[in-house]
Design a protein around this ligand. Structure first.
Ligand code: SF4
Ligand code: SF4
Length: 213
């Protein structure tokens, strides 16, 4: 899932303050926590209140799309609704916002969310943790299925750095050391010899801006 957090209301109000008719578009895709129609309606109510405090009345319309990053789905869902709108607020991740900006070039698209990472829900419900940064050269076959790029604070491909204490990262004592996790996993699987394999520096060309499907 793509993990996002909502921007402060004041920042969102600043985006839309020059406009009156604003479409709030949710996304039912992979953004977490969910940002669909219900969240769009809740946001419209909060922004209405915030607007009143600034002596500004907005006219909000709310909607959602199955996947805002899908050009076809988003065009068919939003095109009929976007007429007469002056701006659109997107509840999707940064990819969804950019899709709106490309599809509807006449009106500005603003992000409601800050997009953080691709993550998973921890066993402790409600905690989302980074698992993948989309490096383009997945090497977790060698590291016991645990990503060193996302889970080591320094993104070390040949860990550990030596600073870990009690299994925690030296840069963040609340965070498990990614390389200790990898070590423990490989130990359980009888594959500690993997740690002796040198992994060359990351090739940033592989985080390509475009791939062919
Ligand atoms: S190695 Fe790269 S592609 Fe694989 S999980 Fe980690 S960041 Fe994602
Ligand atoms: S302590 Fe572990 S997670 Fe933190 S930077 Fe060092 S190897 Fe990476």
């Amino acid at each position: 899932m793509i993990v996002t957090t909502q921007k402060p209301l004041d920042e969102i109000l600043d985006f839309i303050s020059p406009y009156t008719n604003v479409l709030i578009a949710g996304c039912d895709g992979c953004t977490q926590p969910p940002r669909g129609l219900r969240e769009a309606k809740t946001l419209s109510q909060l922004l209405e209140l915030g607007g009143k405090l600034r002596n500004k009345d907005f006219n909000f319309k709310t909607t959602t799309t199955a996947k805002q990053c899908d050009y076809y789905l988003t065009t068919s869902a939003l095109k009929p609704q976007i007429e007469e709108m002056e701006a659109v607020l997107s509840l999707a991740c940064g990819i969804g916002v950019q899709t709106l900006a490309e599809l509807f070039t006449e009106i500005p698209a603003f992000p409601v969310q800050n997009t953080h990472f691709m993550g998973a829900e921890e066993r402790e419900a409600g905690i989302l943790e980074e698992r993948c940064v989309g490096c383009g050269d997945c090497l977790i076959a060698l590291t016991g299925g645990i990503c060193p790029v996302a889970r080591c604070s320094k993104g070390l491909l040949n860990g550990a750095c030596g600073g870990s204490k009690d299994g925690k990262c030296e840069l963040n004592s609340e965070r498990d050391c990614g390389w200790i996790l990898i070590y423990e996993q490989l130990k359980k699987q009888g594959k500690l010899q993997n740690l002796k394999e040198f992994r060359p520096p990351r090739d940033y060309q592989l985080s390509a801006w475009r791939v062919t499907t």
